[in-house]
Design a protein around this ligand. Structure first.
Ligand SMILES: [Zn+2]
Length: 498
C-alpha cells in the first residue's frame, strides 16, 4: 500500500462526498449519489488497508502514530459505511421526497420542521408532530432498521463486541466515563432545569412542563417575541460586522462561500460543507430571521472560519480528520455570542435589560440541549450495545423524555441518532467551549469580540485545523484536562444570576 497515494485519493474521495452532500442538502440536486462515489473509491476501504494502517499506528510513535490513528478511523468508518452505501442514498432521497398532509396541503417532510417551530397553536403543533412521527414509522424506519442492523453486524465482523465498542476504540474515548460526567450535569441541574423550564413554558406557551412534548420545545426555541431584534436582512451584516471588529474580513476569504439563496428543498437546518480544506468551504443557511437562525449562522460560521483558516500546508489527516469536538468547540465559541449581554446591546441593539433577559433565555435553551445530549449518549450506548435493535423504542422514549421532562415520540428511535457517536463530539465541545470562554474572558475581556487580538488568537488556533485534540488545545491554554465543572458552573451561574 502506498500511503502517500492513499492520502491523495482519500482527499479526492472526501471532496466528492462533501460536494454531493452540499448539492443535495442545499436543494440544488434532488438525487444523491454517495454509493457511486464509494464504488469509485472502493479500494480505499478494505480489510487489508485497515490492517495495514493499524500496523503503522501500533508500530509508530508521536505524530506518525497520531496521523495513523486518524486514518484508521477514516478507513474503518469508510469500510463499514461502504456496506450501507445504497441505504445512505435511499435514506436521504426518501426524506427529500416525503410529503405530509397538513391542513389539506401537501408539505415537504423536511419543511414541516419549520412549520412546527412556527405554529403557535398547541393542538395544531401536536398534529404536525403526530403526522411526522407516522411518516417516520411508515416510510423511514424499515430502511433505518436495516441500516443500523447492518452497521452493528459489521462492527462484530471486525472483531468488536458491539458498534459502541468499535467507536470507543476508533475515537479513543471512554464513552461510559463521559456518560458518568453527564449524569453529574443532569443531577446538578435537575431542580434548576425543572423550575426555570416550568416557568418558561407557562409564560410563553401557557402549558405545564409535564404536559409538554418535544415539539413544544421547537416553538419555544423559535421564540418569535425576539424577532424584532433578529431580522432576516441583518443576519449576514451582523455576522460579518462582528468578525470585522475582530480584524477578520470574511469578504476577503475567497474560499468561504456564503450560500443564502432560498430554495424549496434546501435543508432548513444551517450547515457547513468542507469539500476542500481550506480552499472550498460552503456556509449554507436558509435565512428566515429569528434568534435560532442567528444562533445557527454563528455556529456554522464558526466551522467555516475554522476550516477556512486551516493552513493548507498541514497534512491531509490534520485538515480533514481528527477530533471533531474541536471544530464543534470553535462553532460553539462563535455561538456563545448569543449569551453575551454586551454583544446583544452592541450589535442587536437590545437595551441592557432586554439583553439580560435574552441571555437568561438563551442559557436555558443551552441547558435543554446539554441535557438532551446527556440523554442521547445514554440511549445510544443502549442502541449500539451487543443486543439486537428490536424493542429499543421504549428506551429512547423513556430516557429522552426523562432528561428534558418533555414527551419524546418512540418513532424517532432510529432517526434521532447520529453516526459514529457524534453526540460525544458535541458534549466534549460544550465542555471545551466553556473552558475556552474562561480563557478568552480572562485574556481579552467580556467584550472579546471587539478586540483584534482575539481575532489574531483565534486565527492562529484555527490554522492548526484538527492537528490537536480538544484536550491538547486546552493543555496549551494551561488547563489540565477537559473539565465538565466549567460547563455545569457556567450554566448554573448564568441561569441563577437572572
Ligand atoms: Zn456543528
Amino acid at each position: 500500500m502506498d500511503i502517500i497515494k492513499y492520502r491523495e485519493d482519500a482527499e479526492s474521495f472526501l471532496y466528492k462526498v462533501d460536494k454531493e452532500y452540499y448539492l443535495h442538502f442545499s436543494g440544488q440536486k434532488d438525487s444523491i449519489n454517495i454509493s457511486g462515489i464509494y464504488d469509485e473509491y472502493k479500494y480505499l476501504f478494505s480489510r487489508k488497508n485497515i490492517e495495514y494502517i493499524k500496523n503503522i499506528r501500533d508500530k509508530s510513535a508521536g505524530e506518525e502514530k497520531k496521523k495513523a490513528a486518524y486514518l484508521l478511523k477514516f478507513c474503518t468508518e469508510g469500510y463499514i459505511e461502504g456496506q450501507v452505501k445504497d441505504l445512505i442514498d435511499k435514506i436521504a432521497e426518501d426524506e427529500a421526497q416525503a410529503k405530509i398532509n397538513i391542513e389539506g396541503r401537501k408539505v415537504p417532510f423536511r419543511y414541516s420542521e419549520i412549520l412546527l417551530a412556527n405554529e403557535p397553536d398547541k393542538v395544531k403543533r401536536d398534529r404536525i408532530e403526530d403526522k411526522r412521527s407516522k411518516k417516520i414509522a411508515e416510510s423511514f424506519n424499515d430502511t433505518l432498521y436495516t441500516y443500523w442492523d447492518t452497521l452493528h453486524r459489521q462492527a462484530v465482523d471486525l472483531g468488536f463486541s458491539s458498534y459502541s465498542e468499535l467507536f470507543s476504540y476508533l475515537k479513543e474515548e471512554d464513552f461510559y466515563s463521559l456518560q458518568a460526567e453527564m449524569e453529574r450535569l443532569l443531577n446538578e441541574t435537575q431542580d434548576l432545569y425543572e423550575k426555570h423550564f416550568t416557568g418558561l413554558l407557562e409564560r410563553e406557551l401557557g402549558i405545564l412542563l409535564k404536559d409538554s412534548r418535544r415539539s413544544d420545545f421547537a416553538f419555544v426555541k423559535r421564540a418569535k417575541k425576539y424577532d424584532r431584534f433578529f431580522k432576516k436582512d441583518s443576519l449576514i451584516p451582523i455576522f460579518t460586522g462582528t468578525l470585522f471588529e475582530m480584524g477578520i474580513d470574511i469578504s476577503r476569504y475567497g474560499n468561504i462561500h456564503l450560500d443564502v439563496e432560498e430554495r424549496e428543498n434546501k435543508s432548513p437546518r444551517a450547515f457547513c460543507c468542507t469539500p476542500k480544506v481550506p480552499e472550498e468551504i460552503y456556509l449554507v443557511i436558509m435565512p428566515g430571521g429569528g434568534q435560532d437562525d442567528y444562533e445557527a449562522m454563528l455556529h456554522e460560521g464558526g466551522h467555516s472560519l475554522h476550516f477556512g483558516s486551516t493552513s493548507s500546508k498541514l497534512d491531509f489527516e490534520y485538515r480533514y480528520l481528527g477530533d471533531n469536538a474541536l471544530t464543534e468547540g470553535y462553532a460553539f465559541c462563535m455561538e456563545q455570542l448569543m449569551q453575551n449581554r454586551q454583544w446583544l446591546v452592541d450589535f442587536l441593539k437590545m437595551s441592557p435589560d432586554e439583553a439580560r433577559e435574552f441571555v437568561y433565555f438563551s442559557n436555558l435553551i443551552k441547558l435543554w440541549f446539554c441535557r438532551r445530549y446527556a440523554g442521547k449518549l445514554k440511549y445510544e450506548l443502549i442502541l449500539h450495545d451487543d443486543k439486537p435493535v428490536n424493542g429499543k423504542e421504549s428506551s429512547y422514549k423513556e430516557i429522552l423524555s426523562a432528561v428534558n421532562l418533555m414527551e419524546y415520540t418512540r418513532e424517532n428511535y432510529l432517526k434521532d441518532v447520529d453516526d459514529g457517536f457524534y453526540c460525544t463530539n458535541y458534549i466534549r465541545a460544550w465542555i471545551f467551549q466553556s473552558q475556552l470562554k474562561e480563557y478568552i474572558y480572562r485574556k481579552f475581556g467580556y467584550n472579546w469580540y471587539k478586540k483584534k487580538k482575539t481575532g489574531f488568537f483565534l486565527r492562529e488556533f484555527w490554522s492548526y485545523g484538527q492537528k490537536y485534540s480538544a484536550s491538547e488545545v486546552l493543555s496549551q491554554l494551561d488547563f489540565k484536562r477537559l473539565d465538565i465543572s466549567y460547563l455545569i458552573n457556567s450554566l448554573i451561574d448564568e441561569i441563577r444570576s437572572f
